[in-house]
Write a protein that binds this ligand. Structure first.
Ligand SMILES: NC(=O)c1ccc[n+]([C@@H]2O[C@H](COP(=O)([O-])OP(=O)(O)OC[C@H]3O[C@@H](n4cnc5c(N)ncnc54)[C@H](OP(=O)(O)O)[C@@H]3O)[C@@H](O)[C@H]2O)c1
Length: 203
């Protein structure tokens, strides 16, 4: 199996796409590291994976970069390395630009863009030392186009393309790969947790 014995760190593993990826990778005999903020949900996902004792719950807020090095240290302590990082954490948006505060726009960038960059910075040096590894970015079809009421969300996903397309070329002579995935619309909790103009959840 292609992912057998690989350590795969998934951010945003407490629901939706990240949760589904966790079950899929676990079935492929990977060791999965499950990160997000809601620990009880991560624990439920771990127990739903095949071989639950081979996986790890690692609480993480991607918007708190000062905590990321210590979190990574716990993975290294347990598994020795990260073979694949799946940057999947994300927050959506349902807000008209004219009503949205700059603070809310920054919050979306902090999670979707800077959060992804921070976790990537943490794993990249060891991948380069080993000359192997894969960094996956879950973007969106809205990383390619934009639609109304998703301005900051689309901007955050577009920004990921600018950044990771550059990184992919910088890494061309190494064994480290970059994959940018652009899902279409998938029924998850993303709408529920999307931020409205004042920063509250859309519901
Ligand atoms: N569903 C779609 O139609 C669609 C389409 C294209 C792309 N995507 C992308 O797919 C990814 C997953 O979204 P989803 O649809 O599966 O939605 P979801 O079910 O709401 O999952 C979002 C995940 O991100 C985590 N997250 C949010 N803020 C976080 C933070 N500050 N730190 C760490 N984790 C955080 C959430 O966990 P906690 O709340 O527990 O922290 C949750 O596990 C996102 O990047 C989204 O933009 C979704």
């Amino acid at each position: 199996m292609p992912f057998s014995n690989q350590t795969i760190w998934i951010t945003g593993a407490s629901s939706g796409i990240g949760e589904a990826l966790a079950y899929t990778f676990a079935r492929q005999r990977a060791n999965v590291v499950l990160s997000a903020r809601r620990v009880e949900r991560l624990e439920r996902v771990r127990l739903g994976c095949t071989r639950p004792n081979d996986h790890m719950v690692l609480p993480l807020d991607v918007a708190m970069p000062d905590t990321h090095e210590a979190a990574y240290g716990k993975i290294i302590e347990r598994f020795g390395k990260v073979d694949i990082l799946v940057n999947n954490s994300g927050v959506g948006q349902r807000a008209r630009i004219s009503e949205t505060t700059l603070d809310v726009e920054r919050r979306i960038m902090d999670v979707n863009y800077f959060g992804t960059l921070s976790v990537t910075h943490i794993v990249l040096p060891d991948m380069l030392k080993r000359n192997s590894g894969k960094i996956v970015v879950i973007s969106s079809v809205l990383g390619k186009i934009s639609i109304p009421f998703r301005s900051s969300y689309a901007a955050s996903k577009h920004a990921l393309h600018g950044y990771f397309e550059s990184l992919r070329i910088e890494l061309a002579d190494t064994g480290v790969d970059i994959s940018i995935i652009c899902p279409g619309f998938i029924q998850t909790d993303i709408s529920v947790h999307s931020l409205i103009a004042d920063g509250k959840e859309h519901g």
